[in-house]
Ligand binder design. Structure first.
Ligand code: FAD
Length: 391
């Protein structure tokens, strides 16, 4: 299999042209190509009058092809294999417990389940189906359910989101690819594996979550919804058992995938363990007509369905050394109230798969370091800092 980068085509090109370009690049006849698949697809809109799609293609040929060492755009593609080696020699005394069913908890549980560890997943919120009802009630009537809301419940904080799946880290370990492949297996569109900035949308994501849950259960995992971790019993520097609102569970492996909003759990942990405050970002959400963003990015091509709704990203380094940047931009989306605590305003953004609403929105944030809020002396000071601005 060969990987060819930098194949540029006009946005209205025919599918056949991918084959022609691949054959040209490999200097073979197109009949000698067995299979072709898109590895990456992005938009080059630097010249507004000549917007292009840029492809990286994986090409399987009937016979071996000689690749010139001077051609940096062609390489031999390694097959995708993601495997975490199980470590440890002694069988565990008890099943591992993963607290939280957000992206971190779900994928941790999936990998444990794939290796036969039969994890127990504790989630304080409800299943996605029940959670949607609570969140809609909050948005319509302003009645907040403290354990089933935009932050808490199956899928964690990202369930009511744009479902953006791009990351700025280099995917050397292939974890990102594993996540995307699992999403596709669970019902997400296949294009997320190759589009430069993939997104699922809150509507499709809900079904994907249910299918991932079913897969974990089929591999021996157990989900316990509406069950909040309230205490950890530690002896000789090791977890012995954990306490929930309704049970005591023996375990020696505990994974805390509790996200950034479980302030009561942070409080409990702070009384048990040595916590360290970390930097975070804080800011506002801005909203503007999607049409305006499309025109700015695509000029006269704005509105072309082949391009879809445009996005943007800004970074500004201010004179005092701090960076201000946009984050979580939601094309054709909506600004949502996202509180999990009473008395404050927390906003976020989400979009549906089609991203076809009138407005775009994005967070404009600035990085805050522990020294800004007294985090070096008190690890919980960041929570108070957040509360201050939320109220
Ligand atoms: C509205 C919104 C839109 C977003 N959009 C995007 C996006 O498009 N793309 C993107 O990459 N990121 C997005 N984010 C951010 C992303 O959702 C988070 O970075 C991500 O969810 C963090 O994953 P996590 O698993 O670490 O934690 P979380 O998703 O926060 O999950 C933690 C889970 O733990 C549970 N929990 C907490 N404490 C306990 C306890 N004591 N006992 C039992 N269960 C507990 C919670 O109920 C929750 O379900 C968005 C966030 C929000 C709120």
């Amino acid at each position: 299999m060969y990987r060819i980068q930098q194949i540029k085509l006009p946005i209205d090109h025919k599918e056949e042209e991918l084959l022609i370009k691949a054959a040209e690049a490999l200097r073979i006849k197109k009949e000698e190509i067995k299979e072709i698949s898109i590895f990456r697809k992005s938009i080059d809109a630097r010249k507004k009058d000549e917007i292009l799609f840029i492809y990286t293609l994986d090409v399987d040929t009937y016979k071996e092809v000689k690749i010139s060492k001077r051609n940096n755009n062609i390489s031999v593609a390694e097959p995708f294999i993601y495997d975490v080696q199980a470590t440890g020699e002694k069988p565990l005394n008890n099943r591992p417990v993963v607290v939280g069913s957000g992206p971190a908890g779900l994928f941790c549980a999936l990998l444990l389940a794939e290796k036969g560890y039969r994890p127990i997943i504790l989630e304080r919120g409800k299943t996605v189906k029940e959670r949607v009802k609570d969140v809609e009630k909050f948005w319509k009537e302003g009645i907040l359910n403290y354990s089933s809301n935009v932050q808490f419940g199956e899928g964690g904080a990202g369930t009511f989101s744009d479902g953006k799946l791009n990351t700025l880290i280099k995917d050397r370990s292939k974890r990102g690819k594993k996540v995307l492949e699992e999403f596709v297996e669970a019902g997400a569109p296949a294009e997320i594996t190759y589009i430069n900035k993939p997104h699922i949308g809150t509507d499709l994501l809900r079904n994907v979550l249910v299918n991932i849950r079913k897969k974990i259960i089929s591999l021996g995992g157990t989900f316990r919804f509406e069950e909040c971790l309230t205490d950890i019993i530690i002896k000789d520097n090791a977890v012995q058992r954990i306490v929930t609102e309704s049970d005591i569970i023996e375990t020696d492996i505990l994974v805390l995938a509790i996200g950034h909003s479980a302030r009561d759990t942070f409080e409990m942990l702070n009384n048990k363990l040595k916590l360290t405050a970390k930097p975070f970002a804080i800011g506002v959400r801005v909203e503007h007509p999607q049409k305006m963003i499309c025109e700015a990015q695509y000029g006269e091509m704005a509105g072309n369905p082949l391009l879809g709704p445009a996005d943007y990203k800004f970074v500004h380094k201010s004179k005092n050394g701090r960076s201000v940047y946009t984050f979580c931009m939601c094309p054709g989306g909506v600004v949502t109230a996202s509180a999990s605590e009473a008395g404050g305003v927390v906003t976020n953004g989400m979009s549906f798969h089609e991203r076809d609403l009138e407005n775009a929105n994005a967070a404009v944030v600035v990085q805050i370091n522990p020294e800004d809020f007294g985090g070096e002396e008190n690890p919980m000071a960041g929570v108070e800092f957040q509360r201050y601005w939320e109220r």
